[in-house]
Design a protein around this ligand. Sequence first.
Ligand SMILES: Nc1ncnc2c1ncn2[C@@H]1O[C@H](COP(=O)(O)OP(=O)(O)OP(=O)(O)O)[C@@H](O)[C@H]1O
Ligand SMILES: [Mg+2]
Length: 238
Amino acid sequence: MDRIKTGISDLDKTIGGFPSGKTILVTGDPGTGKTIFGLQFANVCCSQGIRTAYISSEENASDLRLQGKSFGWDFEAFEKKNLLKFIELAGNRVAEIKTALSISMEAVKGNFSELTEHLPEGTKVLIIDSLGSHTANLKPFEFRDRFDLLVHSLAHMGITAMVVLDSITSKEFNDTALFSAYGAIHLLKRENPYTDRRERVMDIVKMRNTRTPIQLLTYDISPRGIELISPGGLPDNP
Ligand SMILES: Nc1ncnc2c1ncn2[C@@H]1O[C@H](COP(=O)(O)OP(=O)(O)OP(=O)(O)O)[C@@H](O)[C@H]1O
Ligand SMILES: [Mg+2]
Protein backbone atom coordinates (compact mmCIF):
# COMPACT_ATOMS: atom_id res chain seq x y z
CA MET A 1 0.00 0.00 0.00
CA ASP A 2 1.27 3.50 -0.88
CA ARG A 3 2.01 5.68 2.12
CA ILE A 4 2.33 9.38 2.53
CA LYS A 5 4.45 11.02 5.25
CA THR A 6 2.56 12.42 8.24
CA GLY A 7 5.26 15.01 8.94
CA ILE A 8 5.98 13.53 12.37
CA SER A 9 9.13 11.56 11.57
CA ASP A 10 8.94 9.09 14.47
CA LEU A 11 5.29 8.44 13.69
CA ASP A 12 6.27 7.69 10.09
CA LYS A 13 8.85 5.20 11.41
CA THR A 14 6.16 3.60 13.56
CA ILE A 15 3.24 3.34 11.14
CA GLY A 16 4.96 4.03 7.81
CA GLY A 17 2.84 7.11 7.11
CA PHE A 18 -0.83 7.62 6.22
CA PRO A 19 -2.33 5.19 3.71
CA SER A 20 -2.48 7.11 0.46
CA GLY A 21 -5.91 8.08 -0.93
CA LYS A 22 -7.67 7.46 2.38
CA THR A 23 -9.35 9.67 4.96
CA ILE A 24 -7.77 9.92 8.39
CA LEU A 25 -9.63 11.50 11.29
CA VAL A 26 -7.76 13.57 13.88
CA THR A 27 -9.76 14.26 17.03
CA GLY A 28 -8.81 15.98 20.26
CA ASP A 29 -9.67 18.55 22.90
CA PRO A 30 -8.90 22.25 22.38
CA GLY A 31 -5.19 23.03 22.38
CA THR A 32 -3.99 19.48 21.88
CA GLY A 33 -2.28 20.36 18.59
CA LYS A 34 -4.76 19.32 15.89
CA THR A 35 -4.12 22.41 13.79
CA ILE A 36 -0.36 22.14 14.22
CA PHE A 37 -0.55 18.49 13.11
CA GLY A 38 -2.57 19.58 10.07
CA LEU A 39 -0.06 22.28 9.18
CA GLN A 40 2.87 19.91 9.73
CA PHE A 41 1.24 17.39 7.39
CA ALA A 42 0.64 20.15 4.81
CA ASN A 43 4.27 21.24 5.12
CA VAL A 44 5.75 17.79 4.55
CA CYS A 45 3.44 17.17 1.58
CA CYS A 46 4.28 20.49 -0.10
CA SER A 47 8.01 19.87 0.55
CA GLN A 48 7.65 16.76 -1.62
CA GLY A 49 5.83 18.66 -4.37
CA ILE A 50 2.41 17.23 -3.51
CA ARG A 51 -0.43 19.66 -4.24
CA THR A 52 -2.21 20.36 -0.97
CA ALA A 53 -5.32 22.26 0.09
CA TYR A 54 -6.06 23.36 3.65
CA ILE A 55 -9.65 24.23 4.46
CA SER A 56 -9.77 26.30 7.61
CA SER A 57 -12.98 27.26 9.31
CA GLU A 58 -11.56 28.50 12.57
CA GLU A 59 -8.43 30.48 11.80
CA ASN A 60 -7.72 32.75 8.86
CA ALA A 61 -4.93 32.04 6.40
CA SER A 62 -2.62 34.76 7.75
CA ASP A 63 -2.80 33.27 11.27
CA LEU A 64 -1.98 29.85 9.83
CA ARG A 65 0.99 31.27 7.87
CA LEU A 66 2.23 32.87 11.09
CA GLN A 67 1.75 29.66 13.08
CA GLY A 68 3.71 27.83 10.37
CA LYS A 69 6.48 30.41 10.46
CA SER A 70 6.91 29.83 14.20
CA PHE A 71 7.97 26.28 13.31
CA GLY A 72 10.09 27.33 10.33
CA TRP A 73 7.56 26.30 7.67
CA ASP A 74 7.41 28.74 4.76
CA PHE A 75 3.83 28.37 3.52
CA GLU A 76 3.97 31.55 1.42
CA ALA A 77 6.68 30.00 -0.73
CA PHE A 78 4.50 26.92 -1.32
CA GLU A 79 1.50 29.12 -2.11
CA LYS A 80 3.55 31.02 -4.71
CA LYS A 81 4.46 27.71 -6.34
CA ASN A 82 0.77 26.70 -6.38
CA LEU A 83 1.56 23.76 -4.14
CA LEU A 84 -0.58 25.01 -1.28
CA LYS A 85 -3.98 26.63 -1.14
CA PHE A 86 -5.54 27.89 2.07
CA ILE A 87 -9.33 27.97 1.76
CA GLU A 88 -11.12 29.96 4.44
CA LEU A 89 -14.55 28.46 4.85
CA ALA A 90 -16.43 29.69 7.85
CA GLY A 91 -18.89 27.03 8.94
CA ASN A 92 -20.84 27.71 12.09
CA ARG A 93 -20.50 31.44 11.87
CA VAL A 94 -22.24 31.54 8.52
CA ALA A 95 -24.92 29.24 9.89
CA GLU A 96 -25.34 31.43 12.96
CA ILE A 97 -25.74 34.55 10.86
CA LYS A 98 -28.31 32.84 8.66
CA THR A 99 -30.16 31.67 11.77
CA ALA A 100 -30.11 35.20 13.13
CA LEU A 101 -31.64 36.35 9.86
CA SER A 102 -34.35 33.68 10.31
CA ILE A 103 -33.49 31.76 7.18
CA SER A 104 -35.02 28.29 7.43
CA MET A 105 -33.12 25.79 9.57
CA GLU A 106 -33.09 23.38 6.62
CA ALA A 107 -31.07 25.89 4.62
CA VAL A 108 -28.37 26.22 7.26
CA LYS A 109 -27.73 22.54 7.72
CA GLY A 110 -24.10 21.76 7.06
CA ASN A 111 -23.64 20.17 3.68
CA PHE A 112 -20.16 18.71 3.39
CA SER A 113 -20.20 18.81 -0.42
CA GLU A 114 -19.10 22.45 -0.20
CA LEU A 115 -15.85 21.14 1.25
CA THR A 116 -14.80 19.42 -1.95
CA GLU A 117 -16.28 21.91 -4.41
CA HIS A 118 -13.56 24.53 -4.38
CA LEU A 119 -10.43 22.43 -4.50
CA PRO A 120 -7.78 23.49 -7.03
CA GLU A 121 -7.13 21.17 -10.00
CA GLY A 122 -4.82 18.34 -9.11
CA THR A 123 -5.23 18.52 -5.32
CA LYS A 124 -3.79 15.32 -3.88
CA VAL A 125 -3.89 16.10 -0.17
CA LEU A 126 -6.64 17.86 1.74
CA ILE A 127 -6.78 18.97 5.35
CA ILE A 128 -10.18 19.98 6.75
CA ASP A 129 -9.77 21.96 9.99
CA SER A 130 -12.28 21.51 11.36
CA LEU A 131 -15.31 19.53 10.29
CA GLY A 132 -16.97 20.49 13.59
CA SER A 133 -17.62 23.94 12.14
CA HIS A 134 -19.80 22.45 9.42
CA THR A 135 -22.14 20.30 11.48
CA ALA A 136 -24.60 22.93 12.71
CA ASN A 137 -28.13 21.59 13.22
CA LEU A 138 -27.31 18.11 11.94
CA LYS A 139 -28.89 15.08 13.52
CA PRO A 140 -26.57 12.11 14.15
CA PHE A 141 -27.89 10.12 11.16
CA GLU A 142 -27.53 13.18 8.90
CA PHE A 143 -23.96 13.63 10.06
CA ARG A 144 -23.20 9.98 9.39
CA ASP A 145 -24.64 10.09 5.87
CA ARG A 146 -22.79 13.28 5.01
CA PHE A 147 -19.53 12.03 6.45
CA ASP A 148 -19.80 8.74 4.54
CA LEU A 149 -20.48 10.67 1.35
CA LEU A 150 -17.49 12.94 2.02
CA VAL A 151 -15.18 9.97 2.61
CA HIS A 152 -16.53 8.32 -0.52
CA SER A 153 -16.04 11.38 -2.75
CA LEU A 154 -12.52 11.98 -1.44
CA ALA A 155 -11.62 8.36 -2.17
CA HIS A 156 -13.12 8.73 -5.64
CA MET A 157 -10.94 11.79 -6.25
CA GLY A 158 -7.88 9.90 -5.00
CA ILE A 159 -7.31 12.46 -2.26
CA THR A 160 -5.50 11.66 0.97
CA ALA A 161 -7.39 13.62 3.61
CA MET A 162 -6.88 14.60 7.22
CA VAL A 163 -10.20 15.55 8.77
CA VAL A 164 -9.92 17.37 12.08
CA LEU A 165 -12.81 17.02 14.49
CA ASP A 166 -13.04 18.36 18.03
CA SER A 167 -13.84 15.86 20.76
CA ILE A 168 -17.17 17.45 21.66
CA THR A 169 -18.56 17.23 18.12
CA SER A 170 -17.19 13.72 17.73
CA LYS A 171 -19.02 12.66 20.90
CA GLU A 172 -22.15 14.53 19.83
CA PHE A 173 -22.34 12.26 16.80
CA ASN A 174 -21.58 9.13 18.82
CA ASP A 175 -18.08 8.84 17.35
CA THR A 176 -19.65 7.63 14.08
CA ALA A 177 -16.88 9.34 12.10
CA LEU A 178 -14.44 6.88 13.71
CA PHE A 179 -16.16 3.98 12.00
CA SER A 180 -16.20 5.45 8.48
CA ALA A 181 -12.66 6.85 8.49
CA TYR A 182 -9.82 4.62 7.31
CA GLY A 183 -7.70 5.75 10.22
CA ALA A 184 -8.19 7.77 13.37
CA ILE A 185 -5.77 9.46 15.75
CA HIS A 186 -6.90 10.99 19.03
CA LEU A 187 -4.81 13.68 20.74
CA LEU A 188 -5.15 14.26 24.46
CA LYS A 189 -3.56 15.69 27.58
CA ARG A 190 -3.40 13.61 30.73
CA GLU A 191 -1.77 13.38 34.13
CA ASN A 192 1.06 10.90 34.31
CA PRO A 193 0.51 9.25 37.72
CA TYR A 194 4.19 8.29 37.97
CA THR A 195 5.63 11.74 37.44
CA ASP A 196 2.60 13.81 38.55
CA ARG A 197 3.11 15.87 35.42
CA ARG A 198 0.75 16.56 32.58
CA GLU A 199 1.72 15.20 29.23
CA ARG A 200 0.48 15.15 25.68
CA VAL A 201 -0.28 11.73 24.24
CA MET A 202 -1.67 10.44 20.97
CA ASP A 203 -3.77 7.34 20.60
CA ILE A 204 -3.72 5.69 17.20
CA VAL A 205 -7.29 4.52 17.54
CA LYS A 206 -7.18 2.70 14.21
CA MET A 207 -5.27 2.61 10.94
CA ARG A 208 -6.55 -0.06 8.58
CA ASN A 209 -3.97 -2.17 6.77
CA THR A 210 -1.29 -0.90 9.15
CA ARG A 211 0.52 -2.31 12.13
CA THR A 212 -0.21 0.17 14.90
CA PRO A 213 1.14 0.44 18.44
CA ILE A 214 -1.41 -0.21 21.16
CA GLN A 215 0.43 2.07 23.59
CA LEU A 216 -0.26 5.77 23.79
CA LEU A 217 2.53 7.78 22.14
CA THR A 218 3.85 10.70 24.20
CA TYR A 219 4.51 13.83 22.15
CA ASP A 220 5.62 17.38 22.59
CA ILE A 221 5.09 20.57 20.62
CA SER A 222 8.66 21.77 20.11
CA PRO A 223 10.06 24.63 17.99
CA ARG A 224 10.06 22.12 15.12
CA GLY A 225 6.43 21.13 15.54
CA ILE A 226 4.97 17.90 16.92
CA GLU A 227 7.58 15.34 17.93
CA LEU A 228 7.18 11.99 19.63
CA ILE A 229 9.08 11.80 22.90
CA SER A 230 9.12 8.16 23.79
CA PRO A 231 7.12 5.83 21.64
CA GLY A 232 5.32 3.70 24.14
CA GLY A 233 5.49 6.29 26.93
CA LEU A 234 3.53 5.00 29.87
CA PRO A 235 2.45 1.37 29.86
CA ASP A 236 -1.31 1.01 29.57
CA ASN A 237 -1.44 -1.83 32.10
CA PRO A 238 1.25 -1.12 34.68
N1 LIG B 1 5.33 27.89 18.28
C1 LIG B 1 4.94 27.01 19.21
N2 LIG B 1 5.82 26.27 19.90
C2 LIG B 1 5.42 25.38 20.83
N3 LIG B 1 4.14 25.16 21.15
C3 LIG B 1 3.22 25.86 20.51
C4 LIG B 1 3.55 26.81 19.50
N4 LIG B 1 2.43 27.35 19.03
C5 LIG B 1 1.42 26.75 19.71
N5 LIG B 1 1.88 25.87 20.59
C6 LIG B 1 1.09 25.01 21.51
O1 LIG B 1 0.10 24.34 20.73
C7 LIG B 1 -1.18 24.55 21.31
C8 LIG B 1 -2.26 24.80 20.27
O2 LIG B 1 -2.16 23.86 19.26
P1 LIG B 1 -3.30 23.87 18.14
O3 LIG B 1 -3.74 25.23 17.79
O4 LIG B 1 -2.78 23.01 17.04
O5 LIG B 1 -4.44 23.12 18.94
P2 LIG B 1 -5.85 22.64 18.42
O6 LIG B 1 -6.01 21.25 18.89
O7 LIG B 1 -5.97 22.92 16.97
O8 LIG B 1 -6.82 23.58 19.25
P3 LIG B 1 -8.29 24.09 18.88
O9 LIG B 1 -9.21 22.97 19.24
O10 LIG B 1 -8.47 25.27 19.76
O11 LIG B 1 -8.32 24.42 17.43
C9 LIG B 1 -1.07 25.82 22.09
O12 LIG B 1 -2.03 25.79 23.12
C10 LIG B 1 0.34 25.80 22.56
O13 LIG B 1 0.41 25.05 23.75
MG1 LIG C 1 -7.21 24.09 15.80
